[in-house]
Design a protein around this ligand. Structure first.
Ligand SMILES: [Cu+2]
Length: 481
């Protein structure tokens, strides 16, 4: 049972007690807010700007990002203080091409350290954004992303030690799309390929962000690409929607209000082998799912709401609306040369013999109010696992906490296969290729991981409920040659 019930909500209060361990100032800020009401479905869905390279040569596109304070218009006419990449909330989208490298010069104009992690990226250790490998205030560094991996919907976000939960919450995330003209080119493209970044916020009565750790209950307003309950005007044809959950802790179960199909074509690491027809899609923090939705049978002038079945109030239940625009000929759908092929891609095999099976246990220490992996809080100087580059391993990952404390596991620099959950094989749509897996209370999932990246060095793995990872639910592996 993934949804919170009344009993579960009460139990969660125990984990909420962690806030007691935090500085008093943070709790002072946690005044219950009643933000100015925004009328639902009146604002057009914003699309994050696509960043242009400052320079390109034969092999590489060069970009610049500035990490700095900014102002977002989350509620209409209300300036909200946030932190941003290049002043954009969420950050600008980087469109990379498979096989062509990207270098990003990042300047930190905050008063705090920042590290940039490309989530799902297969990148060298010195570009992975290790929690201690930060950019100090006033300094710059260059991250190198080879893009020698499948086309996929990745995202970049802050990863500074102990700070990532707060800094991601306040705005430090953006999309990073690896594109490949050979990857199912018949899927809807261009203006019919829409990114949807979902996250929740708590706003005070001046429309400012309220920040406190473990404050999931009060983060009751869901934003899509930075605004609550937007509208996307759609034509009567197929759309590709890239669903990305950048929330600190919120889990979604998406449905269409007309019961329509969400045809899943991709997961974290890119295209599935075959499309999967679904009517409800759960998406935990950091997971990505790409779907094709066909509006050709909808009536012009009709409206279809994207609903979160786990919502509690309209602001986190009626997430956004698709307003169907009339075709030029009312009796005919728009012309649409896109299609969803029955064979989307050939998935790379993980065929090597398994060299090692490891256990990863996720738990909360109720006495010391800290999250643990294998009984230990994160120590960025400790090597938890030593992994041979090129080897294949099975990781058995258990959420040892009582219901309803959810966890997940994100492993840097790999795309893995989820073999089974509590001994039962998972559905193809969540099997492979994945970089983040959901693990509800009491569950054990087994991951088949091939460490086939050409890089060595220290890479983290952690829960991607970032309020947990910021309070020590992180560990690290040293990949050796
Ligand atoms: Cu967790």
């Amino acid at each position: 049972m993934r949804m919170l019930n009344r009993r579960g909500t009460l139990k969660l209060g125990a984990a909420g007690g962690v806030a007691l361990a935090l500085p008093a100032e943070r709790l002072m800020a946690a005044v219950v807010g009643s933000p100015p009401a925004a009328k639902p479905f009146t604002r057009e869905l914003p699309i994050p700007p696509v960043l242009s390279p400052v320079y390109s040569d034969r092999s590489t596109d060069y970009y610049e990002l500035s990490v700095k304070p900014g102002v977002a218009e989350i509620l209409p006419g209300v300036p909200t203080e946030v932190i941003t990449y290049n002043g954009s909330f969420p950050g600008p989208t980087i469109k990379a091409k498979r096989g062509r490298s990207v270098k990003v010069a990042v300047t930190n104009r905050l008063q705090t350290p920042s590290a940039v992690h490309l989530h799902g990226g297969i990148v060298p250790q010195d570009s992975d954004g290790h929690p201690l490998d930060v950019i100090q205030p006033g300094h710059s560094r260059i991250y190198h992303y080879p893009n020698d991996q499948r086309a996929s919907t990745l995202w970049y976000h802050d990863h500074a030690h102990h700070l990532e939960a707060e800094q991601i919450y306040k705005g430090l995330c953006g999309l990073y799309l690896i594109e490949d003209p050979k990857a199912a080119p018949m899927l809807p493209r261009g203006q019919f390929d829409i990114p949807l970044m979902f996250r929740d916020v708590a706003l005070d009565d001046h429309g400012q962000l309220l920040w406190a750790m473990f404050d999931a209950q009060r983060r009751s307003t869901v934003l899509v690409n930075g605004v609550p309950q937007p509208v996307l005007r759609v034509r009567r044809r197929k759309y590709r929607l890239r669903l990305v959950n950048t929330s600190n802790e919120r889990m979604f179960s998406f449905r269409l209000s007309n019961g329509g199909e969400l045809v899943q074509v991709a997961t974290d690491g890119g295209l599935l082998a075959r499309p999967v027809r679904r009517t409800e899609i759960s998406l935990w923090p950091a997971e990505r799912v790409e779907v094709v939705v066909d509006f050709s049978n909808a009536r012009g002038g009709s409206a279809i709401t994207l609903v979160n079945a786990q919502g509690t109030v309209p602001e986190n239940t009626e997430i956004m609306r698709f307003d169907v625009v009339d075709s030029i000929r009312k009796d005919m759908p728009d012309t649409d040369d896109s299609s969803v092929p029955q064979k989307l891609s050939v998935l790379p095999a993980i065929g090597a013999p398994v060299m090692m099976t490891r256990k990863v246990v996720l738990s909360f220490d109720f006495k010391n109010l800290v999250f643990l992996i294998n009984g230990k809080p994160y120590d960025p100087y400790r090597t938890d696992f030593t992994v041979k580059r090129g080897s294949t391993e099975i990781w058995e990952v258990t959420n040892a906490d009582p219901d309803p404390i959810p966890h997940s596991l994100h492993v840097h620099v790999v795309q893995f296969r989820v073999l089974d959950r509590n001994g039962r094989s998972v559905e193809p749509w969540e099997a492979y290729p994945k970089d983040t897996v959901s693990i509800a209370s009491g569950e054990t999932v087994r991951l088949l991981i091939k460490f086939d990246a050409p890089y060595t060095g220290m890479f983290p793995f952690h829960c991607h409920f970032v309020d947990h990872s910021s309070v020590a639910m992180m560990a690290q592996m040293k990949i050796v040659a």
